[in-house]
Design a protein around this ligand. Structure first.
Ligand code: GLY
Length: 376
């Protein structure tokens, strides 16, 4: 049996037989009934890219490249490279916030819709462009995920330059966090630094806990996801991040896990996420959202149903406010084969980035819960 024939058999006899269908309310049930879809002819699909709100430069670059005929995966990886190299984005690549030891560890994944192949790296140190390393995993190995020292060695043999990714800004934020952690160690409270204070203010949330209104620092989990569709209707995507700020060394989030941080089915659409990776990992949310679109939901409906599922599955009392709502955030960026897109968030208002024939812009996310007015 040829490789192609074997893959066709696995899809036809395996995944397609799973009873994965949305009932319109976020539940999976029944048999698959593909929604009637009227798709453009190949060569006439709308060229577009969607991303998290920090990805306007990424979507603009990805669309520019796809218009020139560059493969959508190469295009989105080149797009997010702009953000990976930006020292001012403390959630991705160079300048990302470090782990609890002050060392930057990056996660990234790529997925190619038409070939249904993926590559990923986790807990990668010293390499600025983890999405490009993930692409090398996809293109040059029989594996999907390399982590830690193995991922670093792999990047080195492919000629990636090693460097210290910890910028002065990220180092000062980390040091401030460390110095403030406890009054039972030998670190004294840090001196005031306006740039650092502004960062902690930006990530402090108002929460209703145990009958009281409290202000609490929530460790950032910012990330960039970018998905692109070309004129052939082929869809590819990438997610790249420095992960949860001040994490335990070796912690891997959702971003490099296929089905969690991103997923694409070239006949259906794609979904990727930013936010609390642990909640996503426990729900395999991007896979869920794509399967809900397969069952006929629009990107917005699928994203909202996925948010509801995550909220329902959040049982830990310390992760819920007094109204039983998750205190963390998760966002999803969805694109379907018809070229429809949506950004969806547990908490809003929130924005996401889009580039298409109407230009590059931020659009509003749909959301499940509205933040209090002073929620930053
Ligand atoms: N979503 C990014 C992370 O949790 O690592």
């Amino acid at each position: 049996m040829t490789q192609f024939a074997r893959r066709s058999f696995l899809v036809g006899g395996g995944l397609a037989a799973l009873p994965l269908l949305g009932d319109g309310d976020g539940n999976l049930c029944g048999q698959e009934k593909p929604a009637a879809r009227k798709l453009p002819a190949k060569g006439h699909f709308p060229i577009k890219a969607v991303s998290s709100a920090n990805g306007m430069a990424a979507t603009a670059r990805a669309v520019e490249l796809m218009r020139r005929g560059v493969d959508p995966l190469e295009a989105v990886v080149q797009g997010v490279a702009i953000v990976e190299a930006d020292p001012n984005d403390t959630s991705v690549g160079y300048g990302g916030l470090p782990n609890e030891l002050g060392i930057v560890e990056l996660d990234a994944a790529v997925m190619h819709g038409p070939r249904h192949r993926a590559g990923a790296v986790g807990a990668l140190r010293g390499i600025r462009h983890p999405a490009q390393v993930a692409l090398k995993v996809l293109e040059t190995t029989d594996h999907v995920l390399l982590v830690g020292e193995g991922a670093r060695q792999f990047a080195r043999v492919h000629g990636f330059r090693e460097e210290n990714l910890l910028t002065d800004k990220a180092r000062k934020i980390w040091l401030h966090w460390k110095q403030n952690l406890s009054d039972q160690d030998d670190w004294l409270a840090p001196a005031d630094d306006p740039e650092v204070s502004a960062f902690f203010h930006e990530h402090t949330r108002t929460l209703q806990l145990a009958g009281k209104t409290v202000r609490r620092f929530v460790r950032p989990t910012g990330t960039i996801h970018c998905a692109g569709m070309n004129a052939q209707g082929d869809i590819c995507c990438t997610t790249t991040t420095s992960g949860l700020a001040f994490k335990i060394p070796g912690r891997v989030g959702d971003s490099p896990i296929i089905g969690a941080g991103l997923y694409v089915d070239n006949e259906v659409g794609s979904c990727g996420s930013t936010g609390r990776g642990e909640a996503n990992l426990q729900n395999l949310a991007s896979f869920l959202a794509v399967e809900l679109m397969r069952g006929g939901m629009s990107p917005k409906e699928a994203g909202m149903a996925t948010c509801r599922r995550i909220a329902e599955h959040t049982k830990r009392r310390d992760l819920l406010d007094d109204e039983g709502r998750p205190i963390f955030d998760l966002k999803f960026y969805l694109l379907d084969k018809r070229g429809r897109h949506a950004g969806v968030s547990l908490w809003g208002p929130a924005k996401f980035a889009v580039t298409d024939e109407q230009g590059t812009r931020l659009e509003d996310c749909a959301f499940l819960y509205k933040r209090p007015a002073d929620h930053s």
